[in-house]
Ligand binder design. Structure first.
Ligand SMILES: NC(=O)C1=CN([C@@H]2O[C@H](COP(=O)(O)OP(=O)(O)OC[C@H]3O[C@@H](n4cnc5c(N)ncnc54)[C@H](OP(=O)(O)O)[C@@H]3O)[C@@H](O)[C@H]2O)C=CC1
Ligand SMILES: O=C([O-])CC(=O)C(=O)O
Length: 262
């Protein structure tokens, strides 16, 4: 039985926790914020809750906590030799954090596994860059409430109904990932799979007509041309987050010990 630990217990973590038994896996640990372990333990029952990795190591950890959770716990987990899946790909736009995580994984002889999250087509981009890849763009479109609490609020008033779709960010993937830690992990995934953080152009849009979170990738290169659109339904626990992001974690866990895998 695969023993899985989670960082965070929000919308993605809860979906993942519910799906573990279907994979023949079990939840052995939840890492919560410092000072919250006792309250979380009382709320979550028989799962061990701690504010650090501790000594009783799970077989694999999943970061479902966002950039701060990955930065805070990732290095120690990897140094301890525990492989870790992360959904917080945008955190890698911080070059020092990326280097620190890579060094910790080398020391622990393990890997940080990047979940595909709310997007697909990353396999095609990774293959396409083996030839000449000229241009990659990513557009993220969500209903206005999907941008609540984000940097979009500095650019527009989300409490006033919008008449039309409005672009609140136009720039490269590094800026997007750093400015929108809860909303631009897909931009980072596209960058990491394709032309890198500076080479990937990003537009983020609040759209009152949006029926879900729509992610669009376009790419051109020696391979030909790619246009990919996913309109994702959000998780009940968080209107920002696509359900596919949580499903991608379960998929990565299902593959973890598979004899035949993508
Ligand atoms: N790759 C992708 O496609 C996607 C990635 N994401 C990323 O996933 C993250 C989580 O998404 P979601 O589950 O919807 O978010 P939620 O806000 O529902 O849950 C976040 C959880 O992480 C916990 N947490 C935050 N910081 C820490 C920390 N330093 N240590 C321990 N726990 C911490 C929170 O605890 P508390 O309740 O105490 O605050 C909460 O339980 C997002 O912030 C985003 O960065 C999201 C969507 C798609
Ligand atoms: O869940 C989504 O639709 C995408 C998202 O928030 C992110 O890229 O961080």
């Amino acid at each position: 039985m695969l023993r899985v630990g989670l960082i965070g217990h929000g919308a993605i973590a809860q979906y993942v926790a519910r799906g573990l038994s279907g994979l023949g896996a079990t939840l052995s640990l939840i890492i919560v914020r410092p000072g919250r372990a006792v309250a979380a333990q009382a709320a979550l029952g028989d799962v061990i809750c701690r504010d650090s990795i501790g000594d009783d190591l799970p077989d694999i950890m999943v970061d479902c906590a966002g950039h701060a959770g990955l930065a805070q716990h990732g290095p120690a987990i990897l140094r301890a030799g525990v492989p870790m899946i992360t959904v917080s790909l945008g955190a890698l736009a911080d070059a020092a954090l990326q280097a620190g995580l890579a060094e910790a994984a080398r020391q622990g002889k393990t890997s940080l596994i990047l979940s595909s999250g709310a997007i697909g087509g990353l396999d095609a981009l990774r293959a396409a860059r083996m030839g000449r890849l000229d241009r990659v763009t990513y557009e993220g479109r969500k209903p206005p409430q999907g941008w609540a609490g984000s940097r979009a609020e500095k650019v527009m008033d989300l409490s006033v109904p919008l008449d039309a779709a409005a672009v609140h960010f136009d720039g490269d993937a590094r800026q997007a990932a750093l400015l929108y830690p809860k909303n631009a992990n897909v931009a980072a995934a596209v960058a990491l799979a394709g032309l890198g953080f500076e080479g990937t152009q990003v537009r983020l849009i609040a759209d009152p007509a949006a029926q879900g979170n729509t992610h669009r990738i376009t790419a051109h290169g020696d391979f030909g041309e790619m246009r990919l659109t996913i309109t994702g339904q959000t998780l009940p626990g968080n209107p920002r987050t696509s359900a596919l992001a949580a499903m991608s974690v379960l998929s990565a866990l299902a593959d973890h010990r598979a004899a035949i895998r993508f």
